[in-house]
Design a protein around this ligand. Structure first.
Ligand code: NAP
Length: 310
């Protein structure tokens, strides 16, 4: 292998990317991690993480990611705070273009994650992690005995709403139409649950109270009659879907219709030598710990692949 061609490039710096970095660095594969537009990934948008094993008292999301970064760097992973804009997996070595120019590598691990879709409100941006959340599994526990709301009408919204009834006093689902998109079985479960209430034909116009730094209510607009109402809640879960960060890989590797990368035999993508780990290839579990696990798998898969090349 020539010197200016890297053994492995890792695209993305969330739990999957950093874990792949730790393992590939320890395997002396001299990895470069491209941190992308959101270094640390989705966990940097949350506050306390209580379900990541090893932290019995919980840990702040940004701190957990900082620790993973330092751990990867300790073993020699190089982190570039650059975004990958283009790749070419049709030739070998693989070619990857980041802000500072072109890189080449014999193996690539894609760990660019997914982004929860947001409503796009200024108040939402300011209150994320302070009552606005995109993950019930992560944050539901903080709303014990409280009244909260979920936005969305798909399976994710129903799943989040049902899960949240374990903790909350009342969960109001706010949906922009008068029919759910969710599967029949999820709809039935939600309708049957006495703690779940529905507000139909309504969109969230605003979230209060940015000044107080916490959620106190949501302002709703009925899209049929324009009526504005205020719903007092202490939490708002936005569950309007996720988008995998795979735009730059379109046409290069196989994806499902939602854009998630399809893997086989562990983390192998449709291009031999290109691996995928974490939320970019997983729309089912979407947890930091499962992403980290897949990052580890991808590193081991890459190491074996490179070993076979030599
Ligand atoms: P989804 O099916 O795309 O549903 C998104 C929901 O959010 C829709 O009801 C949509 O409204 C609403 N929405 C989208 N943008 C909005 C906006 N800007 N403002 C207000 N509402 C908005 O996404 P998902 O629920 O995340 O599901 C994704 C995939 O994963 C689906 O295939 C689903 O079946 C699967 N999934 C399955 C399970 C399960 O089986 N347990 C759990 C989770 C996810 P409209 O209906 O009006 O478009």
């Amino acid at each position: 292998m020539s010197n200016d061609v890297k053994k492995v490039l890792i695209i993305g710096a969330g739990p999957a990317g950093y874990t792949a970095g730790i393992y590939t660095a320890r395997a002396e594969l001299d990895p470069i991690i491209f941190a992308g537009p959101e270094p640390g990934g989705q966990l940097t948008m949350t506050t306390e993480v209580e379900n990541f094993p090893g932290f019995s008292n919980g840990i702040q999301g940004p701190e957990l990611m900082e620790e993973m970064r330092k751990q990867a760097e300790r073993f020699g992973a190089k982190i570039k705070y650059e975004t990958v804009n283009k790749v070419d997996f049709s030739q070998r070595p693989f070619r990857v273009w980041a802000d500072s120019g072109e890189y080449q590598a014999h193996a690539v691990i894609i760990a660019s994650g997914a982004s929860a879709k947001l409503l796009g409100l200024e108040s939402e941006r300011k209150l994320i992690g302070r009552g606005v959340s995109t993950c019930a599994t992560c944050d539901g526990y903080f709303f014990r005995g409280q009244d909260i709301a979920v936005v969305g009408g798909g399976d994710s919204a129903m799943e989040e709403a049902i899960f949240l009834t374990k903790f909350a006093n009342k969960v109001t689902v706010i949906h922009r139409r008068d029919q759910l998109r969710a599967s029949k079985i999820m709809q039935e479960r939600a309708f049957k649950n006495e703690k779940i209430h529905f507000i139909w034909n309504s969109i969230v116009k605003d979230i209060k109270d940015v000044e107080a730094g916490k959620v106190t209510s949501v302002i709703l607009e009925n899209v049929k009659n324009g009526e504005i109402t205020e719903l007092p809640v202490s939490g708002l879960f936005v569950a309007i879907g996720h988008k995998p960060n795979t735009d730059i890989f379109q046409g290069q590797i196989d994806m499902d219709e939602a854009g998630y990368i399809i893997t086989r035999e562990g983390t192998q993508t449709s291009v031999e030598g290109v691996f995928a780990a974490g939320d970019v290839a997983d729309h089912v579990y979407r947890q930091a710990i499962t992403a980290a696990g897949m990052g580890c798998q991808a590193a081991i898969d890459a190491e074996r692949y490179l070993g076979a090349l030599e």
